[in-house]
Ligand binder design. Structure first.
Ligand code: ADP
Length: 505
């Protein structure tokens, strides 16, 4: 039941589909051979009887013609002595028994015998004599003139044939049994050696993998077919593993892209809000500043009113700075791309920060080779990036700044280093978010790095923060030499403008 329920094993398939038909065919051949041999034996035995009868036919005919009963009997006895004969009988032409040796007279009907004799034909039959199955052979006897003078009957026990045949059958069955057993053993042994154990190995491997040993692989051994099965199995596992890895890679890539998209959407929404707010605040602020300026002219320079008005103007200036930053952050893709040298961009950024650098007593080391590689960017925006990064470093308390650049395979990397306190690991992921600041209220807007990030990604690049060898923070900006989707061309005229970058106001 279980066998059929689970499907039968290869060994059973072999037994049922190869061994069994083989043994059946062998049996059929043996049976057919046995039949042929049996009939050959029977024929030979019958011929024996006929030969014996024919051998004594003439002397008996003679003796019968001459009426020498004694000689008839003698001839019969001589035959009987040869053996193999069960009984021998002589009848006259009327069917009456003249002489008999061996088994007691079979007493066939005289009439029947007379008819047989009259026929003058030889004939043989099976019959029963004293409860024994016998083969009787009748040979007609003729006198010298050729007239039928009687009948000679020689019998032989059928069991003589049957015993021989029985023995032969027993031998054949024993031989078949032994041969069948040996063949079965040989086939099963051969199956195990040639296929069985290799398939068992493969099955064990599959079970191990199913149990969780994902790295396990089947050993390719045994006949070619099993080996190629193992190899195919291993290849399948390898490609499954590769596919799983690919799926995992794509999943994380998708998650990363979704994150980026969410971030970009967030930035765009904040940008729109910032632009709206900045736009609305711009006019009232300049009105306030204008009015304060006019009032200031009329106020006494030593008075409290004058100081208050100056305070108003400085706060308005700060608010205008914030509004500018907001506008900067919200500024969309109205880019003015040009071929520009990185050294010129750095120079422009440094000259716009000259006063601030002086106030902080800080020095800047330009480490990149001048005038630096050419890059197709919006110079004002990229300068803004450098200015923001350098200013942040100064605000963090750095006194030594460094700007370095390098070109590699169509990408230009600019590093801004400082010897300030650096950026703690835990806030790094949030650093480029708009409005993220560690500064006290009124000191920072949290927009500087968001603007930097926006400009860099707008140019098809990226920005990363790491530990600087100078001890503080290092901001690594990576930009394509020419962004793939920038409409700019390499023509000479456009190229020529590269050097003419002006410093921002
Ligand atoms: P803000 O300067 O207005 O705070 P930013 O976006 O420019 O906004 O900077 C965000 C935060 O990043 C800062 O508050 C500061 O904590 C940190 N940061 C930026 N640059 C540096 C630097 N060079 N060294 C240390 N911290 C820095």
């Amino acid at each position: 039941m279980t066998l059929w329920h689970q499907g039968y094993s290869l060994r059973w398939a072999l037994i049922l589909r190869v061994l069994l038909p083989l043994l059946v065919a062998m049996s059929l051949v043996t049976v057919a051979g046995l039949r042929t041999m049996e009939s050959a034996i029977e024929t030979r035995m019958k011929e024996d009887v006929e030969l014996v009868a024919r051998a004594i036919r003439l002397p008996i005919s003679d003796s019968l013609e001459r009426g020498e009963q004694g000689n008839v009997r003698q001839a019969l006895e001589s035959v009987f002595r040869i053996g193999r004969v069960y009984g021998a009988y002589v009848y006259d032409d009327a069917g009456d028994l003249v002489a008999a040796v061996g088994a007691v007279n079979p007493t066939p009907e005289s009439r029947e015998l007379a008819d047989r004799a009259a026929d003058g034909e030889r004939s043989g039959d099976y019959e029963q004599i004293q409860g024994q199955e016998v083969y009787s052979y009748f040979e007609p006897l003729t006198d010298s003139s050729g007239r039928i003078s009687g009948l000679l009957q020689v019998t032989r026990r059928e069991s003589d044939f049957r015993d021989d045949i029985e023995r032969l059958r027993l031998q054949a069955v024993a031989f078949m049994g032994a041969a069948g057993g040996v063949i079965t053993l040989l086939v099963l042994w051969g199956h195990r050696g040639a296929i069985g154990r290799h398939l068992a190995g493969l099955t064990r491997s599959m079970a191990r993998i199913e149990a969780g040993e994902r790295d396990h692989r089947a050993v390719a051994e045994g006949p070619k077919e099993v080996r190629s099965m193992s190899t195919a199995f291993n290849t399948m596992l390898n490609s499954m593993e590769a596919a799983e890895q690919e799926i995992a890679r794509r999943r994380s890539e998708q998650a990363r892209l979704e994150d980026e998209l969410r971030h970009a959407e967030k930035l765009a929404a904040i940008g729109r809000l910032a632009a709206g707010v900045a736009h609305e605040l711009g006019t009232p602020l300049s009105v306030i500043d204008g009015k304060a300026q006019r009032a200031l002219r009329q106020a006494d320079s030593e008075s409290r009113q004058h100081r208050a008005l100056e305070q108003i103007r400085s706060e308005v200036a700060r608010m205008e700075h914030i509004v500018r930053q907001l506008l900067e952050f919200a500024r969309s893709a109205s880019r003015q791309l040009r071929w520009t040298r990185v050294g010129d961009l750095t120079g422009a950024a440094l000259s716009s920060l000259e006063d601030v650098l002086h106030d902080h007593g800080a020095s800047v080391q330009v480490r990149g080779e001048m005038p630096g590689p050419e890059i197709y960017v919006d110079p004002v925006r990229i300068e803004q990036v450098l200015v923001n990064l350098l200013r942040n470093a100064l605000q963090a308390g750095a006194t030594q700044l460094g700007v370095d650049w390098s070109e590699d395979n169509g990408w230009i990397t600019v590093c801004v280093d400082d010897n300030g306190p650096g950026v703690a690991e835990d806030i790094r992921p949030r650093l480029f978010e708009p409005f993220f600041t560690t500064k006290t209220v009124g000191k920072g807007t949290g927009l500087g790095l968001a603007v930097v990030h926006g400009i860099v990604t707008e140019h098809g690049g990226g920005i990363a923060i790491e530990q600087s060898p100078d001890g503080g923070a290092r901001f690594r900006v990576k930009l394509p030499r020419q962004a793939p989707n920038s409409e700019g061309s390499d023509d000479d005229q456009e190229h020529g403008e590269a050097g003419g970058t002006s410093s921002p106001g």
